[in-house]
Design a protein. Structure first.
Length: 83
């Protein structure tokens, strides 16, 4: 996941894109945004700007991670842990 530091404390205040909109993280970057993997799963990421993305169920040629809401990512994590 590309990005820089979060100096200045900026947080995303815009609309959080739903997974249903199929917007790739790399196509919707914010300058200085960094991404870290969320604990206990290998598909969920949270950005330094407070955004979320997932790579779960993403298959070629639609590779990458898709932006999603916090509710969507938490539901995916819950389902993965319950499986």
């Amino acid at each position: 996941m590309a990005g820089g530091g979060d100096a200045g404390g900026y947080k995303w205040n815009g609309k959080h894109i739903s997974l249903k909109e199929k917007q790739r993280q790399n196509d919707n970057h914010i300058t200085g945004e960094t991404w870290v993997k969320m604990p206990d799963v290998d598909f969920a990421y949270k950005s330094s700007q407070g955004r979320y993305c997932t790579s779960q169920g993403v298959a070629f040629p639609y590779s990458g991670a898709y932006l999603c809401t916090e509710e969507e990512i938490m539901e995916q994590i819950k389902l993965a842990k319950d499986a």
